[in-house]
Design a protein around this ligand. Structure first.
Ligand code: FES
Ligand code: FES
Length: 137
């Protein structure tokens, strides 16, 4: 299988690898696993409570190149978005941007799930009801 240029770029130079302090109430952490392959992704957001804007996003992914590229891209997209906008990120947007082949679609689902889990962790910490989502691809 050949990886697209964009996947290789995010894989070779992943953006926003790292860890935010998950004890802070402004930080939401999503930790998800892909049933299809056992890969694991942790994605964190830091939210400015006054504006609800995501000021920082970090990830650590133990997985394939597509999963790393998907999470790297996701963290780039998250910065500057509101929490509301963040949960609108659809895994198929990631698939399209990275030209992922069909067998790698689940890697992008991992990123989508991680974003949603991070947002819900942030909401839970701040006394807001958790959001529910439809199952994606
Ligand atoms: Fe696990 Fe992709 S199948 S690395
Ligand atoms: Fe498992 Fe990509 S996340 S193959």
């Amino acid at each position: 299988m050949s990886y697209s240029e964009k996947v290789l770029d995010h894989y070779n130079n992943p953006k926003n690898v790292g860890t935010l302090d998950k004890s802070k109430s402004t930080v939401g952490t999503g930790l998800v696993g892909a049933p299809a392959c056992g890969d694991v992704m942790r994605l964190q957001i830091e939210v400015d409570p006054a504006t609800q804007l995501i000021t920082d996003a970090r990830f650590k992914t133990f997985g394939c190149g597509s999963a790393i590229a998907s999470s790297s891209l996701a963290t780039e997209w998250l910065k500057g978005k509101t929490v509301e906008e963040a949960v609108q990120i659809d895994n198929m947007d990631i698939v399209e941007e990275l030209s992922l082949p069909p067998v790698k679609i689940h890697c992008s689902v991992l990123a989508e799930d991680a974003i949603r889990a991070a947002v819900n962790d942030y909401r839970k910490k701040n006394g807001l009801p958790e959001l529910t989502f439809e199952e994606s691809a």
